[in-house]
Design a protein around this ligand. Structure first.
Ligand code: FE2
Length: 388
């Protein structure tokens, strides 16, 4: 066991988890439990256009629903959060019910701040600037990956300034996460695979993070076991409710693990590629993970053996020195089986943009928790080149 057993840590997970098929239909009970009466649904255009999910949630809320804000876009921007909060204020909303993927959930987190504090959302960019609990927020995820339903982070784009605003605060962690497999049933195959690999990256990065500790390790290891078993099933048969459910649980567990243990270079590199080339977050993570594991291999032999074991491999004949390379190959084989692209060049990334991405990655907040200290962008560039 590679822990420093003298290490102090804080583990914090205040979100109530409700799991089961059709549990989203009981959302009104959770609104009542929070002593709220006027819920505003926050969801995205695509879900309104292509699914009956927002309508189902509205019906389930009954009289406690005051409206639907459905203008959320992928990588939601500041102006969307402002519009949503304005609507919430006009309707007198006292709680938010977000139904969607990471973008809808993060938009609702921003709205929760504005509805409680007023002012400008930009004033709360950064770490732990809020001093009291924010507007109550219930999340119904429609993807299994981001873990945003339990995380203390939110990412909102500032399109004018062309940058991502990062918020991190215990005071806006959602109050309730309703994990209803029926809500992910219609998620297309490619998105199921990519979002599932985001969850896998959260679990693996939580384990190799400098801030890993026994509680997060336990949670992350089981998330890895579940993802290994159930993600291929969910990808191959979207109607497999057992697999959909276990993926919602594992993404949630991975979210809990990384919210406490933090992430590492995979996310730093994925954020830069995502911003520069508009590559889907889960897809960028999935492609970069094998190269990053290889890069960290000499610092993480023991951890990577534990992860290999959780992925179902016999590790008795694998040495500490070999573990990183074996894990890297194992992950690539796994994502290939899911039908995901293997190289950055396959998803529209141009080689000449990699240098700039390497430099931006060094200022990403997640890179400081990487098991190996990185301060030279040339090191990052080598990893990008490997994945390209
Ligand atoms: Fe992620």
């Amino acid at each position: 066991m590679a822990y420093d057993t003298s290490l102090n840590f804080v583990f914090w997970t205040p979100t109530k988890i409700v799991f089961g098929e059709n549990t989203a239909l009981d959302v009104a009970i959770e609104v009542g439990n929070l002593k709220c009466k006027r819920a505003l649904i926050v969801t995205d255009k695509d879900l309104v256009k292509n699914t009956d999910i927002p309508e189902k949630v509205r019906k389930a809320l009954g009289n406690s629903c005051v409206g639907i804000f459905s203008d959320v876009e992928p990588d939601s921007g500041l102006h969307i959060v402002n519009q949503g909060a304005k609507l919430g204020r006009e309707l007198g909303a006292d709680c938010l019910v977000s139904a969607g993927g990471g973008s809808a959930i993060d938009t609702a987190k921003g709205m929760a701040i504005l509805l409680k504090e007023g002012g400008k959302l930009q004033d709360y960019v950064g770490l732990q600037l809020l001093t009291r609990p924010q507007t109550p927020h219930i999340v119904i995820p429609t993807t299994a990956g981001t873990g945003s339903e339990v995380s203390y982070g939110a990412v909102i784009e500032d399109h004018e300034q062309r940058k991502k605003l990062i918020f991190a605060d215990y005071n806006f962690i959602p109050n309730v996460a309703i994990l209803d497999p029926k809500m992910t049933e219609g998620l297309p195959r490619g998105l199921t695979a990519a979002t599932g690999m985001d969850a896998m990256c959260h679990a693996i990065e939580a384990m190799h993070s400098l801030q890993r500790e026994p509680v997060t390790d336990g949670i992350a290891l089981h998330a890895i076991r579940l993802i290994k078993e159930f993600l291929p099933r969910a990808v191959n048969d979207g109607k497999d409710m057992r697999a959909r459910g276990q993926m919602l649980i594992s993404a949630n567990m991975a979210g809990t693990a990384f919210s406490n243990a933090q992430l590492g270079m995979v996310h730093a590199l994925a954020h830069s590629i995502g911003a520069r080339f508009k590559v889907h977050h889960g897809l960028a993570n999935s492609i970069l993970l094998p190269a990053c594991v290889r890069y960290n291999a000499d610092a993480c032999g023991e951890v990577y053996l534990e992860i290999l074991s959780a992925m179902g491999m016999s590790i008795t004949r694998i040495s500490l020195d070999e573990a990183g390379n074996v894990l890297s190959d194992k992950i690539a084989e796994f994502t290939k089986g899911l039908g995901l692209p293997q190289r950055l060049r396959d998803v529209g990334v141009r080689q000449e943009g990699l240098k700039e991405c390497s430099e931006i990655s060094l200022s990403d907040g997640t890179i400081v928790y990487n098991p190996k200290f990185i301060s030279d962008s040339a090191e990052v560039l080598k990893v990008y080149q490997q994945a390209w």
